[in-house]
Ligand binder design. Structure first.
Ligand code: ZN
Length: 184
């Protein structure tokens, strides 16, 4: 469970990132600020922060923040209610993003840029690495496994996608609760 001290700390740090990047966040977005901690109790290692601009039946846009060392755990977006799963494009706005997707491996434990969280490394299986610098983006098609980690200075990632239904996401780590509440 996310506690208020962590929520407040991560929110304040994220707001500093947005300010540094020149991204204006309005009060309603600030009030609805979310921290995904996945109910693992190690939010500084496996966790991310986000604001949601829009999430209609057809499209969604979010701003994600990963502080140095934070990782979004491996997951995929399966078909839901007869519709193909969520498609998402990640565009790096600030910092570096180390993204790993299903497919032909192009790195291994000794060469990859990210460091899988050590106690749960077995749940980070994708080894097709894509490094995103500011202004670079990558599209993840439905039902494709992926995970990502920030570079040493943290990152901001804009996410453009079809409808987001986080509660249906399928995580490789069996201890992750996809339906957790992300706000306080
Ligand atoms: Zn995803």
């Amino acid at each position: 469970m996310l506690n208020k001290a962590d929520y407040d700390r991560l929110k304040a740090a994220s707001m500093e990132y947005f300010e540094k990047a020149g991204i204006v966040v309005n009060q309603a977005e600030r009030d609805a600020f979310q921290v995904a901690e996945y109910n693992l109790g190690c939010v500084d290692e496996i966790g991310l922060e986000l604001i949601e601009y829009v999430n209609t039946e057809r499209c969604c846009a979010k701003e994600l923040v990963l502080l140095p060392g934070q990782t979004c755990p491996e997951h995929r977006h399966p078909p839901v209610c007869g519709e193909i799963g969520k498609e998402e494009t990640f565009r790096c706005r600030m910092g570096l993003v180390y993204l790993y997707v299903e497919g032909e491996p192009n790195c291994d434990e000794t060469t990859m840029k990210a460091v899988p969280p050590k106690d749960r490394a077995q749940y980070f299986t994708c080894r097709h690495e894509v490094v995103l610098h500011p202004g670079e983006q990558y599209t993840i098609f439905p039902n494709t496994l992926h995970w990502f980690q920030s570079g040493p200075e943290g990152c901001i990632v804009s996410e453009f996608s079809t409808k987001s239904r986080d509660e249906f996401d399928i995580y490789t780590d069996p201890d992750i609760d996809a339906a957790q509440d992300r706000t306080l």
